[in-house]
Ligand binder design. Structure first.
Ligand SMILES: C[C@H](O)[C@H](O)[C@H]1CNC2=NC(N)=NC(=O)C2=N1
Length: 107
């Protein structure tokens, strides 16, 4: 199943965050360059030639996030963006995080 073809869906309140087994399963569905941090979030660095390309990418991610109604934390540097994904409403990881990761990697 190509996660990038799925749509993020609002998390019902009370939905539990993914457990380590689910995280391991979904981890295999996204690029290996994503790192799982303490079973709480997934993080990936993107590198660019200059600041304009960096900001162009950030804007594309912002537009995608609005469309999916699922938003990453983005740390923006001169030629690098560090993207952190987790689901705030469950204070951990959900399928939405892995869907958005797959979509971001296709931008
Ligand atoms: C009301 C709105 O749907 C929610 O606040 C959405 C917005 N974007 C979100 N993004 C992320 N990463 N986690 C959320 O729980 C979340 N919730």
């Amino acid at each position: 199943m190509d996660l990038s073809t799925k749509k993020c869906v609002p998390c019902e309140g009370g939905t539990p965050a993914f457990d380590p087994k689910q995280i391991a399963e979904y981890r295999e569905k996204i690029d290996e360059s994503w790192n799982v941090i303490e079973y709480k979030k997934i993080v990936k660095e993107y590198h660019f030639k200059n600041y304009k390309q960096t900001i162009d990418f950030v804007n594309k991610v912002a537009i995608l996030s609005e469309k999916e109604n699922h938003h990453p934390v983005m740390h923006v540097y001169y030629g690098k963006v560090v993207i952190e994904l987790w689901t705030h409403s469950v204070n951990g990881l959900s399928e939405n995080d892995f869907i958005l990761a797959a979509k971001i990697d296709k931008l």
